[in-house]
Design a protein. Structure first.
Length: 139
């Protein structure tokens, strides 16, 4: 049996040490979502914007963790990340969509980081991201 897109998880467990959020669905499916992935694909307007185009590219979140998982009614959870981000509501359909697209979306994220000379590590800025060599001084 496949869970309906609006199925309510039967359990959600935060594994801080391994940096995973485990979501158990009524159909028995278990999704283990990396916290970094959940942070960079946050459903917040800050990350997704208001337009519907590609999400904002968020770098430096390899070591991000979650300080709290708070229920929001019967339809979502708020993940409070230790970098201060807490504005995204992860509805059940959003969690399922993140799980269903994890492989493809993660590959795209890594591709975009490379294209922009950015890193998954905090405090790392590649010179290419700063535009070094692309600009000439004005005389």
């Amino acid at each position: 049996m496949v869970a309906a897109p609006n199925a309510v998880p039967t359990d959600i467990k935060l594994h801080r040490k391994s940096r995973l959020l485990e979501v158990v669905w009524p159909d028995g499916r278990v999704d283990s979502l990396p916290l970094e992935y959940l942070r960079v694909y946050s459903p917040s307007a800050e990350v997704r914007g208001h337009g519907g185009g590609e999400t904002m590219l968020v770098a430096g979140k390899r070591e991000v963790n979650i300080s709290a998982v708070e229920p929001v009614g019967r339809y979502a959870v708020r993940l409070k990340f230790d970098d201060g981000h807490d504005s995204g509501l992860y509805s059940w359909p959003t969690l399922r969509e993140l799980a269903d697209n994890h492989t493809a979306w993660w590959a795209r994220y890594e591709q975009r980081l490379a294209e922009h000379g950015m890193s998954r590590d905090r405090d790392v800025v590649k010179l290419s991201a700063l535009g070094v060599g692309k600009f000439k001084p004005v005389s």
